[in-house]
Design a protein around this ligand. Structure first.
Ligand code: ZN
Length: 302
């Protein structure tokens, strides 16, 4: 595979183009569905195709000018579409590679059923795309492609694993930087979205000596405690600071187990109040005495 190159994936909807394209860096992949979503908020909005193609061509032109390897992730089953891509690459002296997806049409059709209704392509359209892609194969060299290969002839697992490995090593700090450290646990529980908002509040006594953290964005603020003995010593988890479930007037800290990002959403939208496992540091929970609390809660009360 030359570098730079214009890589044109050719295959019906559901033929695995995007899985393949994901082995390149995201900035190298121009996906028509993504451009449709950019202009219309709907990746499957066929009415947006003309605008999406125009936007994609502008980006492609800028990348070819810079001699950047670019992967075109769309069906590319129409000869006129491929001709436009080959001409653009030729103008900039960038070699072209046609990659034909060899996926059976039956599998392409079945995969549509797993897509959301807005993204699913009708079966007859998929079959027509597949027929066009298969018919195009013998003529691709004649169309001006410098290289023509089947996807199952390419070795793309290594770059995929390399990027995954690099990301993992960076997370763990094995690349010489500080890594995510204690944020690894935060990400495992709550996902990536909250990481930029997460701040440890060092030295807080709010949770009886347990580590306190805040999630802050604009006017919104959530306070959490890191527990290290949820179901015994060394079992880590988070509690979310919330209102006392027993007494509306109570201002003592009350904690709700926060198992996922959904708990955080529930707290913001007022859906946490009825959760059965909220425990006030003074009143305990509904049907639970403060005496029954785990050590950290008891410490906080003392
Ligand atoms: Zn209370």
């Amino acid at each position: 595979m030359p570098d730079p190159a214009l890589v044109v994936l050719i295959g019906a909807a559901g033929s695995g183009k995007s899985t393949f394209a994901a082995t390149w860096n995201p900035s190298q992949v121009l996906e028509l569905d993504a451009f449709r979503a950019m202009v219309s908020d709907e990746a499957g909005d066929q009415q947006a195709t003309a605008d999406a193609v125009a936007a994609m061509r502008t980006v492609l032109e800028a990348r070819l000018t810079r001699k950047k390897t670019t992967v075109i992730d769309s069906t590319n089953c129409e000869r006129a579409v491929r001709a436009g891509l080959v001409q653009a690459a030729r103008r900039h002296g960038v070699p072209t590679v046609a990659v034909l997806m060899g996926t059976p049409v039956s599998l392409c059709v079945i995969r549509q059923t797993a897509r959301t209704p807005g993204r699913a392509v009708p079966a007859d359209t998929v079959r027509a795309q597949h027929t066009a892609a298969t018919a195009a194969f013998p003529g691709l060299r004649g169309e001006g492609f410098d290289h023509v290969v089947f996807a199952d002839q390419l070795h793309r697992l290594e770059p995929l694993l390399q990027r995954a490995s690099d990301a993992r090593r960076a997370d763990l700090g094995w690349d010489g930087n500080s890594g995510l450290g204690s944020l690894l646990l935060v990400r495992r529980v709550f996902g990536d979205a909250v990481l930029p908002l997460w701040r440890w509040a060092e030295g807080s006594t709010l949770a009886g000596g347990d580590r306190i953290a805040e999630i802050t964005l604009g006017a919104d603020r959530l306070i959490l405690a890191l527990r290290t003995d949820v179901d015994g010593e060394g079992d880590y988890g988070f509690d979310l600071l919330t209102a006392c479930p027993v007494d509306d007037e109570c201002t003592a800290p009350a904690w709700a187990p926060a198992h996922s990002v959904t708990t955080l959403l529930d707290a913001l939208t007022g859906h946490l109040a009825d959760a059965p496992d909220i425990v006030c540091t003074v009143h305990g929970g509904d049907g639970q005495e403060a005496d029954d609390l785990h050590a950290p809660y008891a410490d906080a009360v003392a």
